[in-house]
Design a protein around this ligand. Structure first.
Ligand code: ADP
Ligand code: MG
Length: 697
């Protein structure tokens, strides 16, 4: 239930918001760069917090500094000397405090000769290095401190901001100083009712924001951070809880009927026995569907646990009850897979079934449009194409969304905001850690399928260093050229530059066709190929005509091919744990033991840890928890999970205590004032509008 519905007032307000380009030191060029980081208004700038901080507060005596350390010193410039050396310039200054002198050097900044002067008192930070037979300070930050008792770049805990092309740390920090000194108190209103500020011993919002940018010391920073985190949680919980009560009040649902013959007919069609988790899920969810209260349910289950069959039963139940059932998949490939696999089942149950994807022909689109509008009972499978305005379902009974985290939360709203309100089931293979679940799906009931179908063997995962890559490919080649097995070579997309990624995949494909795999059929699949070609490649691979598929991330979600026994993931160090786990889940679907090879040379400890975790466990829940701790929730779900865009500072893995406090406070506020109309809550309501217009729940 989106706050977008209340947009009119918002437009008026947004026009009052002052643009960041009028801050001294920003100007049009930096403004353009900031916009790429999502900063438009002065208010946004206030909330544009540092990515990290450096401690340059402790000023050391020159006589006490040691080589190979980072230090900050304060002293007088005795002399300055600019020297060209080969292709660059070196500015050398002799700096003295009351204990000792040292040479400070700046590389390639000749203009500083005019900004620094002999006799200036400066504060310098940098690395102490050996040079010939002496030590010198390689300056990374400097500041003239003649009469300045409040330095910006040195001599304090220094904010380090996230940057983009066109932004420099030093000038941005300078502008932020301006923000903190001149704008925070005008652009930000402390909206938190006094009682909560008191109860939790929070600083005022102005103090907290200033402190986040230029903290006087570490404890104050943590104190400020907790206030900001609490605010993020409180607003989120208020949005969530108020939308929940609003929906519960006005919504009438549909009570569907479970035809007793359906279960037997359904089972007799399946080539396998349902696992007991699948049976339980079916029973539990069917019960919801037969109640008049609209269902909100999350079906969570590891890759390969067979969620699709569960969905298929519920879709059939809905159609048999005379309603329309919508099954939404995030990619065309997946939608087509679902449609073609489920068609024989639905046909045999005499249930009409339709598919619609973006590349469908007009005739098919018209057909679906007509049947949808007529209210024809049946199952409608498709992609985003089903969400277009022209497609208007007259009698939706159930909406199932596969791989929910791939959709913006707003997209599900469209399908279910009807009266009576259809039941909603979202399915995900991303195991959602408890805190996150509580937050994001506060209004969802949960069904979990844990059991893997019988006969599945766990995937063996190996982390392969560069020198052994060839050996691994040779091994794969040997097996697939003699046995009935296939392989994926995944060159996954790294979102910023699809173009380069596609190039990388193409290159890999060419190297492999000419090299190790030259005598076996191998295919290339990526999003820039024409749709028809993608389909052709995909179906030759599914039919086994191609033995190897080199691909970007198209197969990351849901696609199922039991013959694939090997998966190679290139550049594995660049991906998050959950993503890698998802990719790996594309294999291990058949009877044969599957292997996943992570190719990668991580440099950071964190990346090494990720790869190590994957080689040790196949347990998606454990992986999700680790991932959340390693990366924080923003990356965990990707940026599309719009609710999470509210949490800029909060860390859901570490700030659980604040989340619980904020949730309780939000409940208390709404209990006494459900529409936030009391004068005490006016500012709170304004703040929800300001933050909430980007969010849908
Ligand atoms: P996911 O939960 O990842 O979406 P799928 O629904 O795609 O998993 O199922 C994976 C594979 O397992 C499919 O080929 C499906 O036919 C098969 N499958 C599902 N349930 C069972 C079962 N109870 N026994 C054997 N195979 C099953
Ligand atoms: Mg699936």
């Amino acid at each position: 239930m989106s706050l977008k519905n209340k947009a009119p007032q918002l437009n008026k307000e947004t026009s009052d918001i002052k643009s960041a380009q009028y801050v001294r030191g920003i100007g049009p060029k930096r403004f353009e760069a900031l916009k790429r980081l999502g900063v438009e208004s002065i208010r946004d700038l206030c909330y544009f917090f540092p990515a990290r901080y450096e401690d340059r507060a402790t000023i050391q005596k020159i006589s006490a500094i040691e080589p190979d350390t980072e230090v900050t010193i304060q002293g007088k410039i005795l002399s300055l000397d600019l020297r060209p050396v080969k292709k660059f310039t070196i500015l050398e200054g002799l700096i003295s405090d009351e204990t000792e002198t040292i040479t400070a050097v700046w590389f390639n900044q000749p203009y500083l000769k005019n900004q620094l002067h002999e006799d200036d008192t400066v504060i310098l930070s940098g690395r102490v290095e050996h040079f010939r037979d002496r030590i010198q300070l390689n300056v990374s930050e400097y500041e003239v401190a003649n009469s300045n008792s409040n330095p910006t770049h040195v001599g304090r805990i220094i904010p380090i901001y996230p940057l983009t092309e066109g932004l420099l740390q030093r000038s941005l920090r300078q502008a932020m100083k301006e923000i903190v000194e001149r704008h925070v108190s005008n652009e930000i209103v402390d909206f938190l009712p006094l009682e909560f500020k008191k109860a939790h011993h929070f600083p005022t919002l102005h103090e907290a924001v200033r402190c986040m940018h230029f903290p006087p010391d570490w404890p104050s920073l943590e104190h400020a951070r907790r206030r900001i985190v609490y605010d993020e949680f409180l607003i989120f919980e208020l949005l969530l809880l108020s939308s929940m009560t609003a929906t519960q009040k006005k919504e009438r649902g549909i009570s569907l009927t479970l035809d007793p013959d359906l279960i037997a007919q359904f089972n007799s069609f399946l080539p396998f026995q349902l696992t007991s988790d699948q049976k339980n899920a079916i029973t539990e969810i069917s019960k919801d569907l037969t109640c008049e209260r609209p269902m909100n349910r999350l079906l969570q289950g590891e890759v390969g646990t067979g969620k699709t069959v569960v969905a298929a039963f519920l879709l059939a139940l809905t159609a048999r009850s005379g309603y329309q059932a919508v099954f939404l998949a995030p990619t065309e490939i997946l939608a087509e897979q679902h449609a073609s696999r489920l068609k024989p089942l639905f046909d045999s149950l005499q249930i009409k079934n339709f598919i619609l994807t973006g590349s469908a022909e007009d005739k098919q689109r018209m057909l679906v449009q007509t049947e949808a509008a007529k209210g024809t009972p049946g199952v409608f499978i498709g992609t985003h194409a089903l969400l277009q305005d022209e497609i208007d379902f007259l009698r939706t009974g159930l909406v199932v969304i596969d791989e929910q985290h791939r959709f913006g939360v707003d997209q599900r709203t469209k399908l279910v905001s009807k009266n009576p309100r259809p039941h909603l089931l979202v399915m995900t293979a991303t195991p959602i850690p408890r805190t996150l679940g509580l937050t994001l799906y506060g209004n969802f009931a949960l069904t979990v399928v844990r059991e893997q179908p019988k006969g599945r063997k766990p995937i063996k995962t190996f982390w392969i260093k560069r020198e052994r890559e060839e050996e691994v490919l040779e091994h794969i080649h040997k097996i697939i050229s003699t046995e009935d097995a296939q392989a994926y070579i995944l060159v996954p997309l790294i979102e910023e530059s699809e173009f380069l990624d596609v190039q990388a995949a193409t290159q890999e494909y060419e190297i492999l066709t000419k090299g190790i795999f030259k005598n076996i059929p191998i295919g290339l699949l990526h999003g820039r190929l024409p749709k028809k070609e993608q389909e052709a490649v995909m179906s030759s691979f599914q039919e086994g005509k191609l033995k190897v598929l080199v691909t970007t991330s198209l197969i990351e979600v849901g696609v199922d091919n039991p013959k694939v026994a090997f998966m190679v993931i290139q550049n594995a160090e660049r991906f998050g744990l959950s993503q890698l786990h998802q990719m790996r889940g594309r294999v291990g679907r058949g009877e044969r033991e599957s292997m996943c090879f992570l190719f990668g040379e991580p440099t950071s400890e964190e990346a090494k840890k990720r790869l190590r975790i994957l080689t040790k466990t196949n347990d998606g829940f454990q992986i999700a928890e680790e991932d959340l701790i390693l990366r924080g929730p923003g990356d965990f779900f990707g940026t599309r999970q719009s609710g999470l865009s509210l949490f800029k500072v909060a860390n859901l893995a570490k700030d659980t205590d604040l989340l619980l406090i904020a949730r309780e406070d939000a409940g208390q506020i709404l209990e006494h004032d459900p529409n936030l109309i009391k004068p005490d809550h006016e500012l709170l309501r304004e703040e929800m509008k300001l933050r909430g217009h980007k969010v849908e729940l």
